[in-house]
Design a protein around this ligand. Sequence first.
Ligand SMILES: [Zn+2]
Length: 267
Amino acid sequence: MKKLILLLCTISLSANLIDQENKAIQWPDGNTMAISLTWDDARDSQVLVGTPILDKYEVKATFYVVPSSVERELEGWKSAVLNGHEIGNHSLLHPCSESYPWSRDNAIEDYSLNRMRKELIKANVEIEKLLGVTPTEFAYPCGNTYLGRDKKIKSYVPVVRKLFSTGRTFADISSNDLDLDFARLSCVIMDNKDFKSIKSQIEHAREQGKWLILGGHEIGHKEIKTDYLTNIEMLEELLDYIKNPTNKIWTAPVGEIASYIKANNKN
Ligand SMILES: [Zn+2]
């Protein structure tokens, strides 16, 4: 009997070590992976078109907003909050690299760490005034995690780490495992993708028990010509898939999943 107990303990310990080696996150309720759906910029279509679809499926998403954009469809954003969607901070003025021609007058290369810190705090104050919630999650505009130029270039990840529970980048190629850095969560683009392509990302994440964060911008029909469009057709197929209990996927906003991992998986 003693030998049997010892054998079972050894097997269980080995399984644990293998899990740790694989960097698999242990998910609740028998789920094998997690997905967060996220959209950036507070584009109007997110609340005019997107949240009604998400609400029909009872799926909660994370919207990283710039406060001045929230004002355009304020009532829609208030409803999104009431319906349980998470509001994250996406900066005050959306500074991006001057390598984007449209960002030259608002270049992140012209920022200091102090200016960035002040504007991120101000964005939270403005969002709180508009929507009554204070964001704890952040998404880097254009996925840029640095500021300044040439020899004075600096990472602003430490600023984000101090102010927020998580920071999400953009246009990464894989999902998050136990090696994740909460101030630099990776995010796979869902704009202009069909479901087949997203499904292969899901299958890859599931094999390793990962957390897949998908990111998009506009939400609409594929006839709309933009480089930043989450197709409704893809979104509905995706929601059907993640809501199917046989697929064992936990879907929740970024803040909720990050809190779970911090409480249960990370030391
Ligand atoms: Zn953005």
